[in-house]
Design a protein around this ligand. Structure first.
Ligand code: SIN
Ligand code: CO
Length: 392
């Protein structure tokens, strides 16, 4: 089945375990009314307003249908650019909207059947009628939620479909695209696509589409990051060595003993067990493709200030661009945030990495070492001290 209807119990139209078994990373799925009668928490004007702000990743894609020419501009855009746009055939796309809007971020809770660190961002697009970004493939799983207006989606499930890109366009558009399926999505409908499925979504009405995108680093990115980290600590004195050398039978042959020595060098430097792998991967994945570096605040709040604000109902909130994860490490744990790791207990690591705000009770309920970690994370800008609502 490629099309299902959501139920009150299952927004994917089936238990998450079934979705993971049968669809995740495998097959597309259209879920009718995954978010029944969905009301977008922001307007196209809000999106256009954000696309004018410094630090926002925004793109404007225009299509000249007559000549089949495409143009892409990147933001921030001057406010004057929007009233000048034609009535048709353009799309504004803004990345990382979950960092800018708490209501958009709240959508992510529905995706808790996936590890949070696997989620990249929510991109929101606004398209004028006819607007699209052309037929393409993405390398990541994506959930495309229709949030306002209608969009026609076409996909091709043929695994042998050609994947060559057009050379004449800045966007990675497919040279050929022969859809096997076509649907019109209404607000609340959601299309899941695994990586590599050719797709094309064209606005029927002016419409908003939310893309919940995943992150999957390439092996090349992962290994190159690992090697970069390793090289910083490896002494030049560590060399290929062969104190056990026997005179070779063939002077040109890289024989079994030499190959084994090389293998041994690799073995010596790669993670030796799951904990070491997790310690590396936690730092790597929480730093991967982050658009914003979190800087330590110039004047971090003192411990006294933190405690007095919490006592008045304030909270320690996660920085919107903080990406958390944790892993077990012996009897303890590591909590990761944007490429850093901190040692603590599994309980606190899990609690902090949930990204939920921490209030006075929890703060005082924890021991001095835990409070020191919360303080360190606040000093470095990953946690932000927020006053109680309505207070300064
Ligand atoms: C869009 O929202 O216009 C494009 C999303 C996608 O195809 O991945
Ligand atoms: Co896409």
């Amino acid at each position: 089945m490629i099309e299902v209807r959501a139920s009150d119990k299952h927004f994917l139209g089936m238990p998450a375990a079934r979705f993971l078994r049968d669809y995740w990373q495998r097959k597309p799925l259209l879920v009718r009314q995954a978010f029944p009668r969905y009301q977008a928490p922001l307007t196209p004007e809000d999106l256009a307003g954000l696309a004018c702000e410094e630090g926002v990743l925004a793109r404007l894609v225009r299509h000249d249908r007559k000549n089949d020419r495409w143009s892409v501009a990147t933001g921030p855009f001057p406010e004057s650019s929007f009233p000048k746009l034609p009535k048709k055939d353009w799309t504004l796309l803004v990345q990382d909207m979950d960092k800018w809007d708490a209501d958009v971020r709240a959508l992510l809770d529905h995706f808790d059947f996936l590890p949070r660190w696997r989620l990249d961002d929510i991109m929101i697009s606004f398209a004028a009628p006819g607007g699209s970004v052309g037929a393409h493939v993405d390398q990541y799983d994506v959930f495309l939620l229709q949030a306002q207006g209608r969009r026609r989606w076409q996909i091709d499930v043929d695994p042998t479909a050609p994947r060559e890109f057009r050379e004449d366009v800045e966007l990675k558009l497919l040279k050929q695209f022969k859809p096997s399926h076509e649907w019109v999505l209404e607000p609340g409908d959601m299309l899941y696509l695994p990586p590599g499925v050719p797709h094309h979504g064209e606005a029927i009405d002016a419409c908003l589409t939310f893309s919940v995108g995943m992150r999957a680093p390439s092996h090349a990115e992962l290994l190159s990051d690992w090697a970069d980290g390793l090289l910083q600590h490896l002494s030049e004195d560590l060399r290929y060595s062969d104190g056990d050398l026997k005179s070779p039978k063939d002077v040109a042959e890289i024989d079994a003993a030499a190959s084994e020595r090389v293998l041994e060098i690799f073995r010596r430097h790669v993670p030796g067990n799951r904990e070491e792998a997790a310690a590396f991967f936690g730092r790597f994945i929480t730093n991967y493709r982050n658009a914003v570096d979190i800087a330590a605040p110039p004047r971090p709040p003192t411990l006294a200030k933190i405690e007095s604000q919490l006592a008045k109902g304030g909270r320690l909130e996660s920085h919107p661009y903080a990406r958390w994860a944790w892993s077990r490490d012996g009897n303890g744990a590591l909590v990761f945030v944007n490429g850093r790791s901190f040692a603590t207990t599994p309980e606190l690591a899990s609690r902090i990495a949930s990204g939920r705000a921490i209030g006075s009770d929890e703060y005082h309920g924890s021991g001095p070492e835990h409070r020191a970690l919360l303080h360190a994370l606040t000093n470095q800008g990953y946690l932000l001290l927020a006053a109680a609502p309505g207070r300064k």
